[in-house]
Design a protein around this ligand. Structure first.
Ligand code: AGP
Length: 367
């Protein structure tokens, strides 16, 4: 079992299954039910420090950047502070303006990704304040930051990141909650999110139980040379991450698009040979999402829809993957889990080495 663990399963598979336990570890000791907030001692900042930030800038590479986009949405929604994510690899080459009232957040599983590390060093050189969301304790990025949140996902070996990403999302939820509660987020809303976070491990477990159904869909998808992943607003980074995972371990072409942009170009490529995986949570955009998917259906494009049980897809021809619903802000992490299994089973079906995708290294430590 060269790349697998003692059970003989690929590492990626065992890491997918470990997610409920990893998420529990990320949350442990950090939730405050009474005040509906989070306590992140590693930030080393009091309420006054946290209130002083007028902007949040998140930096990471690859999948860490996509989770950063999910984190930025959550921070804007819960704390009402402008937030955005940018690939660290781009940020550091464009002579960025570093502002004293911006909270910079570097996100990395390995803590060794050179582009993220050099972005942190550049920010600090210019007097900016950076915290890290890092898995590997004592890693270069963790040491270079002013403080941070360790993810406690456990060691991640497979090149395709899974449990690190779910715990990054949870780390961002804790940060958004704490930033929100020193601003305008009510105690009731804070408690709603604390309860939601506590439900996540069991809900991830529930999704993992639907593996056979997802594997069946994955086998069909694996035959397509090219496909789309689409989602809107909170669902868009989920789609990006789904496409990334599929590309990495199946070598299939997968392109992520905001669902709303389909009609501005990519619809021209839709055909019975090009499937679309669509993220359609039960939220304020469900009807618009379903309407856009009718455009794909009408052109014979096969559809796989990752959604919530309460969503009525009407007469759409589609295979659906249902995930349990949580609080709207936290739903993206649950919508991501089936996409990991989808990529994993497509790769296994194609007879590829899941843990050692060609041309990729676990962490990119050279420029
Ligand atoms: C994820 O599946 C990828 N292998 C890759 O995009 C990864 O997330 C990226 O290289 C960043 O790595 P890091 O989290 O260790 O910094």
């Amino acid at each position: 079992f060269e790349h697998g663990d003692v059970s003989g399963e690929p590492r990626m598979y065992t890491e997918i299954l470990e997610q409920p336990a990893s998420v529990e570890r990320t949350l442990r000791g950090r939730l405050d039910e009474r005040f509906g907030t989070a306590h992140l001692g590693g930030l080393d900042m009091d309420a006054r420090d946290l209130r002083a930030f007028r902007r949040v800038k998140i930096l990471g590479c690859g999948s860490a950047y996509y989770v950063g986009q999910m984190g930025a949405s959550m921070i804007e929604e819960l704390a009402r502070v402008p937030a955005d994510a940018e690939p660290a690899s781009e940020f550091r080459y464009r002579n960025p303006i570093i502002e004293p009232d911006t909270l910079y957040v570097a996100v990395s599983q390995s803590g060794e990704t050179v582009d993220t590390l050099l972005a942190v060093e550049e920010i600090r050189r210019k007097g900016g304040r950076v915290i890290g969301l890092v898995n590997v304790v004592g890693s270069a990025i963790a040491r270079a930051c002013d403080g941070g949140i360790y993810l406690h996902a456990g060691p991640e070996i497979a090149v395709a990141s899974t449990k690190a990403l779910t715990t990054m999302f949870v780390g961002f939820s804790l940060l958004a909650l704490q930033l929100g509660r020193v601003r305008d987020l009510s105690v009731a809303d804070g408690r709603r999110l604390v309860n939601g976070l506590q439900r996540l491990p069991a809900q991830i477990e529930e999704i993992l139980k639907t593996e056979d159904h997802i594997a069946d869909i994955a086998r069909d998808l694996a035959d397509a040379e090219s496909m789309f992943f689409v989602g809107r607003v909170r669902g868009y980074p989920v789609a990006r991450e789904g496409a990334q995972k599929l590309k990495e371990i199946t070598y299939r072409h997968a392109e992520a698009y905001p669902t709303s942009e389909l009609k501005h170009g990519p619809l021209a490529l839709i055909s019975p040979k090009v499937p679309t995986v669509a993220i359609v949570p039960a939220d304020e955009l469900t009807d618009r999402n379903v309407a856009a998917l009718h455009e794909i259906d009408a052109r014979g494009g096969p559809l796989v829809i990752v959604t919530h049980p309460e969503v009525d897809l009407g007469d759409l021809h589609a295979r659906r993957i249902d995930v349990p619903r949580n609080e709207t802000e936290l739903d993206p992490v649950l919508l991501t889990v089936p996409l990991q299994l989808l990529a994993y089973h497509a790769s296994v079906h194609l007879g590829l080495d899941v843990d050692k995708p060609r041309n990729l290294a676990k962490s990119v430590t050279v420029e």
